[in-house]
Design a protein around this ligand. Sequence first.
Ligand code: VAH
Length: 311
Amino acid sequence: RILVIGASGQIGVELTLALRKIYGNNNVVASDLREENELLKGTGPYVSIDVMNKEMLHVQVIRQNITQIYLLAAILSATGEKNPNLAWHLNMQGLLNVLDIAREEKIYKVYWPSSIAVFGPTSPKQNCPQQTIIEPTTVYGISKYAGEFWCNYYHQRYQVDVRSLRYPGLISYKSAPGGGTTDYAVEIYHEALEEKKYTCFLREDTYLPMMYMPDAIRATIELMEAPAVQISTRTSYNVSAMSFSPKEISAAIKNYIPEFTINYEPDYRQSIADSWPQSIDDAVARNDWGWKPEYDLNKMTKDMLENLRQQ
Ligand code: VAH
């Protein structure tokens, strides 16, 4: 059985629904510190778990007959800069609790997301490769990079089959993002429909690597279902789909909502965005397990607006 920790978050909701479709509702136990997300209600078992409480988590893993764990609970880049100690503690200790329980209980597979936020100002800005100079300058990036080495360590030393993807900014309509620097790219669709205007907290020319949630969910499942022999990277894989700026996503939206207008009021998140690469090289993921994105900016924009209109 699969346990999803952080199932009520932006990725967790969609990953839980996707995993339930594949493995059956009752075989995917959703958990979060927060109460069950509306979209999950009635689709399968839900337990309240605090990933920081290792003993309680261990009891649930045994009681629920868990054989795979997806750990999505984390504090993201923007919130992390407001609460550095909490972000470090939750992101790091949560992972260590899961890895140690996976070792003790011989859990079959573990998934843990990293992020392109591991890269810092000294990493290449264009086509940033899998291995390069990596000097994160946010607490979130530091915790994700450190976590990658812990995943590699638990695989090497204890043969825990833990796998990871460095997600770019993720855009979705089913679930709200939580405290990320790339969240503008989700907010803008909601505001375009509701207000026909948006005040963007990043400069118009801020290019960032992005991915539509359906691609991110498929990448996660394809990675987890790949034969272990194909997995050459036990820190975390670069994956990429597109890069765009607020100016470009506004133009894409204007194709559907011509009267949409945007203005810019950069805030503290601008310096976080400026520290990250503008585009990512995901050749290793493509070679190892056949990664290939399906959504570009226009296809995503069409799908986002159609689905948000129906909500
Ligand atoms: C964030 N959405 O903004 C996350 C992501 C690459 C960005 O890690 O913090």
